[in-house]
Design a protein around this ligand. Structure first.
Ligand SMILES: [Zn+2]
Length: 345
């Protein structure tokens, strides 16, 4: 959870700088904010590049440790019945497969990037400026197609950024439906892998609830004041007591962190916002309120349609099952129609 927040640091700092720059007008203040922003973004970028592979390894080590303890100790302590034990194995392995499927697929699936566009004027149009009697053509920087919905040009990636895409300062690419850069995934979370990300959180939460349930009584049964055995690290989990303490501690820690994160992303999915859009919408709502207006998230189509955008147009029970199906096409295509005055709002 903390690292996920850290991963959003550069974006949050940018948002903070953006807000501050709206309040401050002097060049000096602007320069200070600009350089603070630059330093923080570079720091977050370097930190993420180093941390991400480490986090990925840590995640696999933690999961492997839990699986080892489950098969080595927990299964033999929770029941004496072979039939019940078999049912536990089927249930436990099914959860594990879902966790690993969604985790690995999220790591390996590119979130989606717009294609390079060498002719932005074709989609965004021209502005005409008369200067010293000469007509100069300049390419528009954006095309507004609905209230609060724009196609923009990214000069770093030389692409047309469709609505909901953002430039990720860590990967240096524009990402479709950019949510955040996740160090645990070593990947950006966006249009093509967001469903895997949410389902990973869901199955992981189910998994740790199961883990806590089966290890809770065993944990309480440990003798009061019992200390974990001091043995070699490589043999740490071979001890039954250590294994039970490890399983319960990992279970409750992940449940708190991932459960909060899951609740947050369910809220975002129901309201059709990405993490970045949540902050943008918060600003817009505040501005609208100061003008006496009511702001509405331009992508909110009601909770049912919003959930379809994440999980697809499938029954709820198959929405959470393993599947490589692609997300449904975006409401606004990745490229607008070639520019004409008719598609300008
Ligand atoms: Zn870009």
């Amino acid at each position: 959870m903390g690292l996920k927040l850290l991963s959003s640091a550069s974006h949050a700092i940018r948002a903070l700088g953006y807000r501050a720059s709206r309040c401050l007008t002097s060049n000096q203040n602007f320069a200070i904010i600009f350089w603070l922003q630059r330093i923080c973004v570079i720091g977050a970028k370097v930190g993420m590049k180093i941390l991400s592979p480490v986090m990925l390894t840590v995640a696999f080590v933690l999961i492997s440790g839990v699986v080892y303890v489950y098969f080595r100790h927990l299964l033999y302590k929770i029941t004496d019945s072979n039939i019940t034990r078999f049912a536990h194995v089927v249930f436990g392995v099914y959860i594990l497969i879902n966790i690993l499927f969604n985790y690995i697929t999220c790591v390996l699936t590119p979130p989606g990037t717009p294609e390079i566009c060498d002719d932005p004027a074709k989609y965004l149009g021209f502005s005409y400026i008369i200067n010293d009697g000469r007509r100069l053509d300049t390419v528009n920087q954006y095309l507004r197609v609905a209230p609060g919905v724009k196609y923009k040009y990214c000069r770093y990636c030389r692409c047309i950024k469709p609505p909901r895409a953002h430039h990720c300062s860590i990967t240096g690419k524009c990402i479709l439906n950019m949510d955040h850069f996740c160090p645990w995934m070593n990947n950006c979370i966006g249009y093509f892998n967001y469903r895997y990300f949410v389902l990973f959180l869901l199955w992981l939460t189910i998994g740790v609830i199961y883990l806590m349930t089966i290890s809770f009584r065993l944990f309480l049964d440990l003798r009061p004041g019992h200390r974990m055995h001091r043995i070699k690290v490589s043999e740490f989990l071979s001890s039954e007591t250590n294994g039970i303490v490890y399983a319960f501690t990992i279970g409750i820690s992940i449940f708190i962190a991932v459960g909060i994160l899951l609740g947050w992303h369910i809220y975002l999915a129901i309201t059709n916002q990405t993490t970045l859009e949540f902050y943008i919408n918060m600003d817009e709502r505040s501005d609208a309120k100061s003008r006496g207006e009511v702001y509405k998230n331009p992508y909110d189509r009601g909770w049912r349609k919003n959930l379809l955008r994440v999980f697809g147009d499938v029954p709820w029970y198959s929405a959470i099952l393993m599947s490589y199906r692609l997300p449904i096409p975006p409401e606004y295509p990745f490229l607008p129609e070639p520019f004409s005055n008719s598609n300008k709002v």
